[in-house]
Design a protein around this ligand. Structure first.
Ligand code: ZN
Ligand code: ZN
Length: 383
């Protein structure tokens, strides 16, 4: 766990939040993704607030209604018996802390929208947060009229991103939307294949209601700081876990009150947002350019030199996150905008970094165990 003692004295104690995960009802996700299992793994990983994921899925929604109890405003927890059971099954050094401070859940979902705008097909993933189950019911009813929300915990809907944001705000004035993993080529707001050149273009006349973006596993804050149009957004990271052990491989650290409204306010203003825990971006599967099936994984320069074509199949290479950032960047590598000075990022060294043999563009191979956390590029906590 990160050395939280570095937080400013006297303020609220920092906590780790992982607000993008999936349930067992999402495609290609582990059957172990139930609330009691998530509660155990969250405490095992030091998570204070965990997104529920998948609240549009009818069976998961019922599970949430039956299993969760109101806690702090806008947050939920398991029953006292379930919390005691989790503490009992944890290693002894974690048990008393887990019992005194069980994980809180925040209602969350990821929605995939596929639609045409300006004659181009757009595919964008979004994270939606709501403060209570009644708002979720309104949201689900509205989406249920548009498409099928029962077949996948992360539903795919033929709906403009702007309209999804409108439904979010109509379901609750305190609801909010965070564009998910904004750089992935195929499914994101800035993606090279089916996204936009600016977040604001994606959400059109409602763009001012978007205040935070998820950087995704294939990019880190430093890469995002090169793009001036992102200055107005807070940067968050989450695990996008498809199985419980992947929880918190990326996460966001808050130093604010632990309730839905304080978290939302921290994301809106940046006050109370203490930093992120980052995967090494080159470990993300969309970092470089390439064709996975052809075994090609190239740096932006090499792709340019080859005219953007795959040497194996001759088709255009998928432009990865690194290239896409370079395309939209209006600042040199290493630039740190004024608002980001002093904002720390934490590094979570993934297990795979020690055994991966993949070529890594422009970055030294980093080594470490999956349980090592270290602080980097972090002169001071933001005051
Ligand atoms: Zn996604
Ligand atoms: Zn996801």
């Amino acid at each position: 766990m990160p050395p939280f003692s570095a937080a400013p004295p006297g303020g609220p104690s920092p906590f780790v939040a992982d607000l993008h995960i999936h349930s067992k009802y999402s495609r290609a996700c582990s059957r172990d993704l139930t609330l009691p299992n998530l509660g155990w793994w969250a405490r095992r990983k030091g998570i204070g607030v965990l997104g529920t994921g998948d609240f549009t899925h009818p069976a998961w929604y019922d599970h949430l209604r039956q299993t969760l109890h109101p806690a702090e405003p806008g947050l939920y927890r398991l029953s006292p018996e379930a919390e005691r059971d989790i503490a009992r099954r944890l290693p002894p050094r974690l048990a008393s802390e887990a019992e005194a401070d069980p994980v809180r859940f925040m209602l969350s979902v990821e929605i995939s929208t596929i639609y045409k705008r300006d004659d181009r097909t757009r595919k964008v993933h979004h994270l939606v947060y709501l403060p209570d189950l009644d708002a979720v019911e309104r949201f689900n009813a509205a989406l249920g009229r548009i498409g099928n929300i029962a077949s996948d915990g992360r539903p795919i809907l033929g709906l403009d991103s702007r309209d999804l944001l409108e439904i979010t705000l109509e379901s609750s004035p305190d609801g909010y939307l965070v564009p998910a993993h904004i750089w992935t080529p195929w499914f994101s707001a800035l993606g090279s294949k089916s996204g936009f050149d600016a977040i604001a273009d994606c959400y059109a006349d409602l763009a001012e209601h978007v205040f935070a973006v998820e950087t995704g596993l294939s990019s880190d804050p430093e890469m995002n700081w090169r793009v001036g149009s992102l200055d107005r957004y807070q940067l968050v990271s989450n695990s996008d876990a498809h199985s419980p052990p992947a929880l918190a491989r990326e996460a966001t650290i808050f130093a604010t009150g632990r309730d839905y409204f304080a978290i939302r306010e921290a994301l809106r203003t940046g006050d109370g947002l203490a930093g992120t825990i980052e995967f090494f971006p080159e470990e993300g599967k969309y970092h470089a350019d390439g064709h996975r099936l052809c075994g090609v994984n190239w740096s932006p320069e090499r792709t340019r030199a080859a005219g953007g074509r795959c040497p194996e199949c001759g088709k255009p290479l998928t432009v990865g996150v690194l290239s896409r950032v370079e395309e939209l960047a209006d600042r040199p590598e290493g630039h740190r905008p004024a608002h980001a000075r002093g904002s720390p990022t934490w590094c979570h060294w993934p297990r795979s970094s020690a055994r991966s043999t993949r070529w890594v563009p422009g970055r030294k191979r980093s080594r470490g165990s999956s349980t090592t956390w270290s602080r980097r590029s972090a002169p001071n906590w933001r005051s």
